[in-house]
Design a binder for this molecule. Structure first.
Ligand code: AP5
Length: 195
């Protein structure tokens, strides 16, 4: 028997944040089996703009661009996502903070946050050792070779950024653990945000 999807009466926008390789996209695929929603990947929107401007060839190079260029791409992505997310429930798959060579940069600086105006924020996290292992296994991407301690620090920074985002938009923050082999469990928890 197919899964029963939750029927929603209201429209919500949820920002899903997590560090590279935590499994956001995998978990959001699972969430979409439980609730009708549009999934919008912030990185895809930024990458499309970056390619138009011939700034990068690989999406994993965007976080190494000068901060001003990344900020410009963020603004363009947010404007388009705003337009594309108006007609129903939506999830924006993105980053709480970007680890640039100069330090952590907000994934949702105030101009972007105000444009998206999320109702809820979900932080996807897991054991830093699992994130390192997932990055190493996933050869399709060029993710940073961080140590377990660096991954731990990045997740801690994401909590700090999420708290600020929630304060500025009066939204909630839910922490969802994407434990090894438990993708469906994490997906169901995210789907419940829309109930
Ligand atoms: P993006 O495309 O979001 O890159 P990412 O963070 O690396 O996200 P991915 O979708 O590749 O990884 P994921 O965490 O979703 O993990 P996945 O599901 O693949 O962003 C690209 C770039 O865009 C960023 O680097 C940044 O430059 C830019 N960007 C995006 N948002 C931005 C913003 N707001 N501001 C500025 N820049 C922004 O899973 C990884 C692996 O783990 C897979 O092999 C999967 O099979 C496995 N896995 C997942 N879950 C489990 C599990 N529970 N058990 C076992 N294996 C698992």
């Amino acid at each position: 028997m197919g899964k029963v999807k939750i029927i929603i009466g209201k429209k919500m926008l949820c920002g899903v944040l997590g560090i590279p390789g935590v499994g956001k996209t995998t978990v959001l695929n699972a969430a979409a089996e439980n609730v009708e929603l549009k999934r919008l990947n912030f990185g895809n929107y930024m990458f499309a703009e970056a390619q138009k401007m011939s700034l990068v060839k690989d999406r994993d190079d965007m976080r190494k661009l000068p901060r001003e260029q990344q900020a410009d791409l963020q603004q363009k992505a947010a404007e388009q996502i705003y337009k594309d997310s108006r007609d129903g429930n939506a999830i924006v798959d993105t980053h709480g903070s970007i680890k640039t060579p100069q330090g952590y940069m907000p994934g949702l600086p105030e101009n972007v946050l105000r444009a998206l105006n999320p109702d809820a924020i979900v932080l996807v996290e897991c054991d830093p050792r699992d994130i390192c292992a997932r990055r190493n296994r996933d050869v399709s991407r060029n993710r940073d070779p961080d140590t377990v301690e660096q991954v731990d620090e990045h997740q801690m920074m994401n909590r700090c950024f999420a708290a600020v985002y929630a304060d500025l938009t009066n939204s909630t923050v839910l922490i969802v653990k994407n434990e090894e082999g438990k993708v469906d469990e994490a997906g169901k928890k995210i789907a419940k945000v829309f109930e």
